[in-house]
Design a protein around this ligand. Structure first.
Ligand SMILES: Nc1nc2c(c(=O)[nH]1)N[C@H]1C(S)=C(S)[C@@H](COP(=O)(O)OP(=O)(O)OC[C@H]3O[C@@H](n4cnc5c(=O)[nH]c(N)nc54)[C@H](O)[C@@H]3O)O[C@H]1N2
Ligand SMILES: Nc1nc2c(c(=O)[nH]1)N[C@H]1C(S)=C(S)[C@@H](COP(=O)(O)OP(=O)(O)OC[C@H]3O[C@@H](n4cnc5c(=O)[nH]c(N)nc54)[C@H](O)[C@@H]3O)O[C@H]1N2
Ligand code: SF4
Ligand SMILES: [Mo]
Length: 699
């Protein structure tokens, strides 16, 4: 029998729509018409169904044996053992010795249930998730300025009518390929501006009169933005009427940017004065202007302040909540948006409520049928949580759901050592990811096409994931796993296994919160209606936010002046280069999934270090030759890709690969003081060409 099911791609936040056709077990993917992707998919989407029947899939619970190998077990054996170890750990070392690490790829239902499970069944405050590595800086900036964090406060299609789009630190042409269709309007108006230290596929979209590429020194975007604000104010390009009616804080901003005159900005960023002025004028010219940020400017220790500066620029130009203009951040993971709303963040309860707010605690406790005092307080953010493994007072047991931290967390070798120091590690995954391979127990779970649920896309639109194929007999849904463990742990409240029922509960728990889903249900979503939150009961949702007011009590946006910190030691002195990290089209995140898709693995089998020909010549590096990339934390060994598409002082590594090619062996676990975001994008390294015999050992 052949069945076709309408669902969405498992990977990124664009959530491209697809039809999955199951013809007697052979599953094919076809793009489906939808506003974000208009029928298009990227290679990852096209090949996504291959993982359903991957020979590497785990098909029964796996228990580590005394000799270090894994052996299959029944679900009862595995769950009994986990429950017993969790109960013992809690009794012996306290509830906060148990940690939970979630992911932005989990459905809303799973993310919600994971947060509830941690607080009620484990009684721990120690829960956080990989979205801390992703959206935390932009989220903190949005909350601070607007009183609300929804990545794009407008539908993606609004961008079609823009004449100017400024993209700061995002390579959408490779990270969300169908998205570039929405840049066409700006390109034909000559107004696509891409800020990236590399000449990326996205930067190339500005060629032939379509716009301009600004190529600053990595990590200087905050100064660049302060310079733009300075020019906009000095050239009287601000929208004073808007500033007056809708914001607070402009005078302080004006004073704070006085020192960032264009020549000084040029000296720090390398961006010519002329280009800076042209850019400021273009942004103020009207005709539909949007400012978008990505991980390139947010994944820094000053990422919150940089995103805030981008918001300040948008506010003084009167772009936010007005027609045909806007500010937004491009959410990354499939459910990166919903995943940050329903309680897997350490300081959060469902509906984007604060766990420290007594009214929020009382509301959620009411839905859960527990006393508010039984909900633990705020925990600690991801980097700190991982750093506490094996430390006195830190976590001794960890449950991982939807993250591969050994590859994706900063200072990855320290994370590996921390995981090894745990008393007990449980990982739920489809595959032996590098993190699962270190676990005591691995529980195999259903993949996207085998489950129902909801995802909230980068535009804050809640969409349905639907079961298209039958899961292999030995795997289970995480909702079922939470239910079974909660039962064994005698947890209060209920842990439903039916996604629709869990969604209804989530909607009730979110009612009245900033991310209010209370008017939603599977029934409504299944009608195909576009559902943008906030969607309180009785409403029809909110495609466009901030049109009349911002979410602060007085309705005004906060212009929060931010200062640039002193620059670090300039790159290239004494052979020091700046390493930036990011993504390739073919691979997704830690690569745990896409490295197992033959077509993608063949296209990009390994990490390559991008460097400029002049730098390569100085170091004696040839294209395809082996290099060591080192700093105090570790060494990466890989081949070089010599390219003019990068600055002389900068090198680039993708972070999709494990072991000696893992970029996160080099990144530091310093974090942004506001958001807890680690510094992924700027690390100092030395590069050395390897001689024939050295490289021989590693080929
Ligand atoms: N193919 C693919 N697509 C993905 C993903 C994936 O892993 N692979 N992941 C998804 C997720 S979770 C996310 S978060 C998004 C991320 O999507 P993007 O933000 O587009 O991804 P990155 O490649 O991390 O970073 C974007 C760009 O930032 C630049 N950059 C680095 N440092 C700086 C800097 O200091 N200043 C500026 N201006 N730019 C800088 C890099 O050169 C890079 O081209 O992609 C999503 N889509
Ligand atoms: N150097 C550097 N490091 C980075 C970044 C960077 O730009 N540079 N970017 C950061 C960003 S933006 C992100 S989002 C993180 C992401 O990094 P990770 O958290 O490592 O992301 P994934 O590789 O997607 O890991 C998801 C894992 O969960 C599994 N999985 C997928 N869906 C489910 C599910 O529903 N349930 C369960 N139980 N498992 C599931 C997958 O098989 C995979 O093993 O990496 C961060 N790390
Ligand atoms: S752009 Fe993102 S959602 Fe669309 S097909 Fe590619 S990975 Fe999937
Ligand atoms: Mo991300």
């Amino acid at each position: 029998m052949t069945t076709t099911t309408a669902t969405h791609c498992p990977y990124c936040a664009l959530q491209c729509a697809m039809n999955l056709t199951d013809d007697a077990g052979s599953v094919t993917v076809a793009g489906r018409e939808f506003p974000t992707n208009r029928g298009g998919l990227c290679k990852k989407g096209w090949t996504s169904a291959e993982l359903l029947s991957s020979p590497e899939r785990i098909l029964e619970p796996m228990l580590r044996q005394p000799d270090g190998s894994f052996a299959g077990a029944t679900w009862d054996e595995a769950l009994d053992l986990i429950a017993a170890r969790l109960a013992d750990g809690r009794a012996e070392h306290g509830a906060d010795s148990v940690g939970v690490f979630g992911g932005g790829g989990l459905t809303n239902e799973k993310a919600y249930q994971l947060g509830k499970f941690a607080r009620l069944a484990l009684g721990t405050s120690r829960i956080d998730y990989n979205g801390r590595f992703c959206m935390s800086s932009a989220a903190a900036a949005g909350n601070r300025a607007f009183g609300l964090d929804r990545g794009l406060p407008f539908p993606v299609e609004d961008l079609d009518a823009a004449s100017t789009i400024l993209i700061l630190g995002s390579n959408v042409a490779q990270t969300m390929p169908p998205f570039i269709g929405h840049l066409e309007g700006a390109r034909s108006a000559g107004g696509l501006i891409v800020v990236d230290p590399r000449r990326t596929a996205t930067a190339r979209l500005t060629e032939n009169g379509a716009g301009s590429h600004v190529q600053p020194t990595p990590g200087t975007d905050l100064v660049l933005l302060l310079g733009l604000i300075n020019v906009v104010i000095n050239e009287k390009l601000v929208d004073l009427d808007y500033i007056d009616r809708r914001t607070i804080g402009f005078d302080e901003l004006r004073r704070s940017v006085g020192q960032w005159w264009p020549e000084r900005v040029q000296a720090e960023t390398g961006v010519p004065v002329r280009q800076l002025r042209d850019l400021a004028r273009r942004l103020a010219a009207g005709g539909g202007t949007y400012i978008l940020t990505g991980r390139g400017v947010e994944q820094h220790v000053d990422g919150t302040d940089t995103a805030t500066a981008a918001i300040n620029l948008s506010l003084i130009l009167g772009l936010v909540g007005t027609s045909h203009s806007g500010y937004g951040t491009l959410t990354g993971q499939g459910n990166g948006q919903g995943g940050r709303e329903h309680g897997q963040k350490c300081d959060q309860l469902p509906g984007y409520r604060k766990i420290t707010d007594p009214a929020a605690r009382a509301h959620v406790a009411g839905v859960w049928g527990v006393h508010p005092d039984s909900i633990p307080g705020a925990g600690i953010p991801a980097v700190e949580l991982l750093a506490s493994m094996g430390e006195p007072g830190g976590i001794r047991t960890l449950l991982v759901h939807g993250a591969n931290v050994v590859v994706s967390a900063p200072n990855a070798e320290r994370v590996r050592a921390g995981l090894a120091a745990l008393d007990f590690l449980v990982v739920c995954d489809f595959f032996f990811s590098e993190t699962a391979a270190l676990a005591d127990i691995v529980l195999p779970v259903t993949q996207w096409a085998e489950e129902d649920g909801t995802m909230t896309s980068l535009e804050g639109r809640v969409i349905r994931r639907r079961t298209a194929v039958t899961a292999p007999a030995g795997v289970r849904s995480e909702l079922w796993i939470f239910h079974e463990l909660a039962r064994r742990l005698h947890a209060p409240s209920t842990f439903g296994t039916d996604p629709a029922e869990v969604f209804d509960e989530l909607c009730r728990a979110s009612a009245g919160g900033p991310a209010d889903y209370s008017g939603l249900s599977y029934g409504l979503l299944d009608t195909g209606e576009a559902a943008y939150w906030p969607y309180p009961a009785g409403s029809t949702g909110t495609p466009r936010l901030f049109q009349d007011r911002f979410q602060h009590a007085d309705g005004r946006a906060r212009i929060h002046p931010v200062r640039a910190r002193g620059a670090d030691a300039p790159a290239q002195q004494g052979g020091i280069l700046t390493l930036i990290t990011g993504r390739l089209l073919e691979h997704y995140q830690s690569g745990a999934q896409t490295r197992r898709v033959p077509e993608l693995a063949q296209a990009r089998p390994e990490a390559r270090l991008q460097l400029h020909p002049a730098t390569a010549a100085q170091l004696g590096v040839v294209d395809g030759g082996w290099v060591d990339v080192t700093n105090a934390r570790g060494v990466v060994r890989c081949r070089a890709e010599v390219t003019v598409d990068i600055r002389h002082d900068t090198v680039f590594l993708p972070f999709h690969f494990p072991g000696e090619q893992s970029a996160n062996r080099l990144t530091a676990d310093r974090t942004d003081p506001v958001s807890g975001m680690p510094e992924f994008k700027r690390t100092t390294v030395r590069v050395r060409a390897l001689a024939g015999e050295e490289r021989g050992a590693h080929v």
